[in-house]
Design a protein around this ligand. Structure first.
Ligand code: HEC
Length: 153
């Protein structure tokens, strides 16, 4: 009986040694920065692709809803991509992202609201409303970048 118990405990050790680092290990700031830049690139990709459809440059109307869904998911928590301690290194985020957090969160919320309105317009199917709401989405990206992202050098 005792032997079985010991064996049982021993068999758990490898599991613990694998799980503990996964839980306790905080992500490196560089990895967070890379992750958020890749996520922003994805947001940029879906916005540009949706724009090409909305403006009639390409005929992929059947994929518009997919881009909108992706945009809704990826813009749901933009501030979450900018945790404390991810403010140095290879990032274009300005210090204001952290020092003027309330305003930054307001811009993020406004982008989220505009993406939701765009999604509703796409569902509604009125081309004029779709174009107008898409423009609003673009404006909210610009509004945040203007004050919170460093210009390309
Ligand atoms: C609340 C602020 C905010 C909003 C809203 C926002 N962004 Fe950004 N975005 C940033 C910041 C800050 C960076 C710089 C991140 C870094 O370098 O660490 C960035 C970076 C980017 C990049 C460059 C990624 C790279 O490194 O290659 C793209 C592309 C981008 N955003 C697209 C968009 C689009 C499209 C929207 C609107 C749908 C949007 N963003 C909305 C703050 C925002």
């Amino acid at each position: 009986m005792k032997a079985v118990k010991t064996r049982c405990l021993l068999s758990i050790i490898p599991v613990i040694t694998i799980l503990v680092p996964l839980v306790l290990h905080a992500a490196e700031p560089e990895e967070i920065i890379k992750y958020r830049q890749n996520t922003m690139k994805a947001i940029g990709g879906h916005t540009a692709a949706a724009g090409a459809i909305v403006q009639g440059k390409v005929d992929y109307k059947n994929q518009l809803a997919d881009h909108v869904r992706a945009l809704q998911a990826l813009t749901a928590d933009i501030p979450g991509l900018f945790p404390k301690d991810s403010d140095f290194g290879d990032t274009k985020a300005k210090d204001e992202v952290w020092s003027n957090r309330a305003e930054f969160e307001k811009r993020a919320k406004s982008a989220k609201t505009n993406v939701a309105a765009f999604a509703k317009a796409v569902q509604g199917g009125n081309p004029q409303t779709i174009v107008a709401s898409f423009k609003e989405v673009g404006e909210s990206c610009k509004a945040c970048h203007k004050d919170f992202r460093k210009k390309d050098d």
